[in-house]
Design a protein around this ligand. Structure first.
Ligand code: ZN
Length: 343
């Protein structure tokens, strides 16, 4: 570089700083030439934040709007969330109407960065859920391209439109999420595209192994030992992928009130249909599930994670950890029921 006088330097430095600062305000990823620049990624909920951390590693600064162990459905953005999103380079959301509060937040924040919709390539399932499930074989059910029965269930009010948004509960969809996130990060931060792609490939292989493992473990359980009651209707994809039947006491959002009459109906079903176990969920209402367990004496399997990770340091504090945790809780109850272990 050509030597410059001190007077010139004084003029240049503030200008460079100003340019970098403006870059941050607009889109930091494009403005920053420095290789050690971290792009700021905001995800709507904790499961997506974990995926972004796997793919982005030290190239990204990730935060989740909905904290772990918090209900994403009933989340209400705070003023600090408006600020957080306004300063982000990239926003990663689930889509499919899962984050009903997001459009308002985006508008309030004036967010102009890149948006990644993680579910964009997922294999979707209609939201035909409910309190009254159809068991496999009880009627003609379509078979999806993985060769599994679609558990189409009787209709029930919900607030997500026609598609069940909980697509990540099938690990094959989780792999699609990873690919979508990697593509989005590569576009937002092309300097590090090859790193994102490499990490996404490694992570996808890990998820392929997890998926294979879950399929083979559930396949060892007789079909009539795979009936589970849970609190909100978040496991339709898990049901489709791994052949577990879930009966939810509340709707897709977990907010629906359960009437005394439907509780009485559930009590009868739980007794008559040999429900294997009853689970509560983190971040969703569990009172009804507990009451049902008390009234029927059904085996209570503990807590499942549907829409949120556990707090850091817990076994379910990552996407892989959460899927392992849920599967191991379910399998434990199913094995116990199968072996005739007393409750
Ligand atoms: Zn949910």
């Amino acid at each position: 570089m050509r030597p410059t006088g001190s007077g010139t330097l004084k003029n240049i430095v503030p200008r460079v700083v100003a340019v970098l600062w403006l870059g941050t305000a607009v889109t930091a990823a494009q403005a920053a030439g420095a290789d050690n620049h971290r792009i700021t990624v905001v995800t709507t909920f904790s499961i997506l934040a974990d995926m972004v951390e796997h793919i982005g590693a030290e190239q990204v600064q990730v935060s989740s709007l909905v904290p772990p162990e918090t209900d994403a459905h009933s989340f209400e953005p705070r003023p600090q969330d408006v600020k957080t999103l306004s300063q982000a380079d990239v926003l990663v959301s689930n889509g499919l109407g899962f984050e009903s509060w997001l459009p308002g937040l985006q508008q309030a924040s004036g967010f102009k960065g890149d948006s990644i919709v993680a579910s964009s390539q997922a294999q979707l399932l209609k939201a035909q859920h409910t309190v009254a499930p159809a068991y496999p074989g009880s009627r003609e059910t379509p078979v999806d391209d993985h060769g599994h029965d679609d558990h189409l269930q009787a209709g029930h009010d919900h607030d997500h439109g026609a598609i069940d948004p909980h697509a990540w509960q099938d690990v094959r969809n989780g792999q699609q999420y990873v690919q979508a996130i990697a593509r989005g990060l590569s576009k937002a931060d092309p300097n590090h595209a090859s790193l994102y792609q490499e990490r996404a490939q490694a992570y996808t292989r890990e998820l392929e192994q997890l998926d294979t493992e879950l399929r083979s473990e559930f396949a060892t359980i007789p079909a009539d030992r795979r009936k589970i009651i849970t609190s909100h209707d978040a496991f339709g994809y898990f049901a489709r992928a791994y052949g577990v039947q879930f009966i939810a006491v509340a709707g897709l959002s977990g907010r629906a009130e359960v009437s005394a009459r439907s509780l009485a109906g559930l009590v009868d079903r739980t007794r008559n249909e040999h429900i294997t176990g009853i689970f509560v969920e983190s971040g969703a209402g569990s009172q009804m599930v507990e009451q049902l367990a008390r009234e029927t004496g059904a085996r209570v399997g503990g807590k499942l994670y549907a829409d949120t990770l556990a707090r850091p340091g817990q076994p379910a504090d990552s996407y892989v950890g959460m899927m392992h945790w849920n599967a191991s809780r379910l399998l434990q109850v199913m094995h116990a029921a199968n072996d005739g272990t007393p409750r």
